[in-house]
Design a protein around this ligand. Structure first.
Ligand SMILES: Cc1cc2nc3c(=O)[nH]c(=O)nc-3n(C[C@H](O)[C@H](O)[C@H](O)COP(=O)(O)O)c2cc1C
Length: 179
């Protein structure tokens, strides 16, 4: 039977949207029926139990999920304790092997702990992008300073740092849909 998937997510600068599009394309290619909702301030009324798997994702900013996907979980917590749930985050730390463990714990495991009744069957930790020219001047200065402090002395920052691993995103999606 065709699996019905719902993907709900929050983004600030749009990288997460591109990753959601890849998840959608990959799932559809193996026969899933996929609905996608970018969560805005006013949360949509969705019958979450119409779906076999609900994927909830967020961009990470200053160590946190966006508010909207967290609110979406709270709003639907009862149904999401029986429906299968997958969580994913898009962040900079996932692009740094030394920070992946920290990112998994802080951005995913802690959310699973925060909502112990949530029926989480999978988590995905995906690298995003630092696209410095898209940020306001103060944000750019702050983020550049943080990233630079983690680079070897004297190494210049490029205009863009792209940590997206499309193979990993596609593999995670296929494992989830085919499970
Ligand atoms: C102001 C700012 C703060 C960020 N803070 C973090 C952070 O605390 N941890 C992290 O891993 N990545 C952090 N990032 C990287 C973002 O998670 C990354 O750019 C991601 O691709 C953003 O997704 P979006 O384009 O969908 O908003 C930050 C980026 C910005 C611009």
């Amino acid at each position: 039977m065709t699996k019905k998937l719902l993907i709900c997510y929050g983004t600030r600068y749009g990288t997460t949207t591109g990753i959601v599009q890849e998840i959608e394309k990959t799932a559809e290619a193996i026969g899933a029926d996929v609905s996608v909702v970018e969560l805005q301030k006013k949360l949509p009324d969705i019958n979450v139990d119409d779906y076999d798997i609900v994927i909830i994702g967020s961009a990470i900013q200053a160590g946190r999920w966006k508010k909207e996907p967290l609110e979406f979980i709270k709003k639907n917590i009862e149904t999401l304790s029986t429906t299968k749930v997958a969580l994913f985050v898009v962040c900079g730390d996932a692009g740094d092997p030394q920070r992946c463990g920290f990112a998994q714990e802080e951005y995913l495991d802690k959310i699973v702990e925060l909502f112990p009744t949530l029926n989480v069957i999978s988590t995905g930790l995906f690298g995003g992008m630092f696209d410095f020219k898209r940020y306001s001047f103060p944000v750019r200065a702050l983020v550049k300073r943080i990233i630079k402090s983690r680079l070897p002395e004297g190494e210049e920052l490029p205009e863009k740092m792209d940590f997206r691993d499309w193979d990993m995103i596609r593999e995670w999606t296929r494992d989830l849909v085919e499970a």
